[in-house]
Design a binder for this molecule. Structure first.
Ligand SMILES: [Zn+2]
Length: 422
C-alpha cells in the first residue's frame, strides 16, 4: 500500500506507509505525510529524512536537473534547512506546524508554496527568489515575514490569507506581483518596497491597513474592488514620479491615504511627460473632491492649487509660447488660482493705479490738478462714474479697465473668502 498523499502530490518515489487513518481503511500515510503526532520519529530524525530527499534531488540525474517535491509534507517541528536551493522546490500543500525558517535563503529556481499552511511564523527575510515564487492560497496563521526579500521574477500571493501581520518592507519585486483576492487580517507592511514590475491587489480584503510608505511603483499598480475601510492604503512619502503609476479612479480613491507625498509641494517644471501630467492632474482633482467631501478646506485649497499647477504645466508643454496668455496663467498671476489673496489685492491696486498714473502723465509741468486727475481716473473704475462722452478709444480704454477691475475685484473677494475658509 502506498501513501495516499504521495499519490496525490505525484511523488516519484512513493514512501512506505507508517500510519493508517482510523476511519477509511484506504487512507495510509508515509512518515512525511502522516499527521504530526502519528509520525513516531524524533524531530532530528525527521529533519534528517527531509534533508536526505533534498540532497538526493540536488544530484543531477544524467546531467538533468531534478525538481524537489516536498508537496504535502507535514513538518511537525521548526524547519530550517539549506541556505541555497539549486533546483525547483515544491512545498505545495505542505503544513508547517511550527516555525518555517527560510531567512537568507536563495531559491535559484521555482519556489512553490502553493496552498501551504504556516501554523506558526513564516520567516523569509532577506531571501532571494530568482525564479517564480508561488504562495497562492497559502495560509499564514501567524506572522509572515518577507522583509528585504528580492523577487526577481513572478511573485504570486493570490488568495493568500495573512492572519497575522504581513511584513514585506524594504523588499524588491522585479517581476509581476499578484496579491489578488488576498486577505490581510492584520496590518500589512510594504514600506520602502520597490515594485519594478506591475503590482495587482485587485479584490484583496484588508481588515486593517496596508502601509506603502516610501514605496516605489515603477509600473502599473492596480487596487480595484478592494474590501477595506477608507484610507486603508497608506501611501505616505510615495514620490510623485511613481505615484501616478497607481491606477486611481473615483471608485477607489477614498481607499488611499496620501500624506507627505512630494506632490504636495509645487509641481516643478521638468515633468515633460504629458501623460504623466494628465494623470497627476486627475489625481489632484480626485484628491480635491475627496477633501471637499470631508469638509477639509485646507486640503481643498492645497489640491486645487496643485491641480491648476499641473494643468498649467500641461498647457506649457503643449503650447510653449501661447501658455503665457492662457486664462489659467492669468488666473495664476492675478491671484494664485484664487488662493493667494495678497497677490489678488496687489493686482487690484495696480489695476487702479495704472489709470491714475496715465492720467497724471501728460502733465509734466508739475502743476497737478489733483481733482481733475482723480476725476478722470474714476472714469476707469467701475461704478464710480458713467462713461463720459469722449473719444471712442478713450471710452474703450475706460470700458476695458472697468471690466478688468470688476473681474479682479471679484477674484480678490473669492481669494479672501477661500482664505477665511481655511
Ligand atoms: Zn507520502
Amino acid at each position: 500500500m502506498t501513501c495516499c498523499k504521495c499519490d496525490k502530490y505525484g511523488w516519484d518515489e512513493p514512501q512506505q506507509t507508517v500510519f493508517r487513518a482510523p476511519r477509511g481503511m484506504q487512507r495510509e500515510y508515509c512518515v512525511f505525510h502522516a499527521p504530526s503526532i502519528c509520525k513516531e520519529i524524533s524531530a532530528l530524525k525527521f529533519n534528517e529524512l527531509v534533508e536526505g530527499i533534498i540532497i538526493k534531488c540536488s544530484m543531477k540525474e544524467n546531467g538533468y536537473m531534478q525538481s524537489c517535491n516536498l508537496s504535502g509534507v507535514v513538518f511537525p517541528n521548526n524547519i530550517s534547512l539549506f541556505s541555497q536551493y539549486d533546483m525547483p522546490m515544491y512545498f505545495d500543500g505542505a503544513k508547517f506546524r511550527m516555525d518555517a525558517i527560510f531567512p537568507n535563503v536563495q531559491f535559484k529556481f521555482v519556489a512553490s508554496f502553493n496552498n501551504a499552511v504556516f501554523f506558526e511564523s513564516a520567516y523569509f527575510e532577506c531571501s532571494r527568489f530568482d525564479d517564480f515564487a508561488d504562495f497562492s492560497r497559502a495560509k499564514f496563521r501567524k506572522g509572515a515575514f518577507f522583509s528585504k526579500i528580492l523577487a526577481s521574477s513572478l511573485a504570486v500571493f493570490d488568495e493568500a490569507i495573512f492572519h497575522g501581520g504581513a511584513n514585506f518592507g524594504e523588499s524588491s519585486f522585479h517581476g509581476n506581483v499578484y496579491f489578488c483576492n488576498a486577505i490581510f487580517r492584520q496590518a500589512g507592511q510594504f514600506n520602502s518596497t520597490t515594485f519594478t514590475g506591475p503590482v495587482n491587489f485587485d479584490n484583496a480584503s484588508i481588515d486593517n491597513t496596508l502601509l506603502f510608505s516610501s514605496s516605489k511603483f515603477f509600473a502599473g499598480a492596480s487596487f480595484d474592488s478592494l474590501t477595506c475601510q477608507s484610507k486603508a492604503l497608506d501611501m505616505s512619502h510615495v514620490s510623485t514620479r511613481t505615484i501616478t503609476n497607481i491606477a486611481l479612479s473615483k471608485d477607489n480613491f477614498d481607499k488611499f491615504l496620501f500624506q507627505n507625498t512630494d506632490f504636495e509641494s509645487k509641481i516643478k517644471p521638468g515633468f515633460k511627460n504629458c501623460t504623466f501630467l494628465e494623470n497627476i492632474t486627475e489625481l489632484f482633482r480626485l484628491a480635491k473632491r475627496d477633501a471637499a467631501s470631508e469638509h477639509d478646506q485646507p486640503g481643498v485649497s492645497l489640491w486645487h492649487y496643485q491641480e491648476k499647477s499641473a494643468m498649467l504645466e500641461l498647457i506649457r508643454e503643449r503650447s510653449p509660447w501661447l501658455w503665457h496668455f492662457h486664462w489659467l496663467n492669468l488666473y495664476r498671476l492675478s491671484s494664485g488660482y484664487g488662493e493667494r489673496e495678497n497677490r489678488a489685492f496687489i493686482c487690484l491696486i495696480i489695476l487702479v493705479l495704472i489709470p491714475l498714473g496715465l492720467n497724471a502723465l501728460p502733465r509734466p509741468d508739475l502743476n497737478f490738478p489733483y481733482s481733475e486727475i482723480v476725476n478722470s481716473t474714476l472714469s476707469y473704475i467701475p461704478f464710480t462714474k458713467d462713461l463720459p462722452a469722449q473719444s471712442g478709444w478713450l471710452r474703450l480704454g475706460q470700458g476695458v479697465t472697468q471690466f478688468l477691475i470688476t473681474i479682479q475685484a471679484t477674484i480678490f473677494a473669492f481669494a479672501l473668502r477661500n482664505r477665511f475658509r481655511r
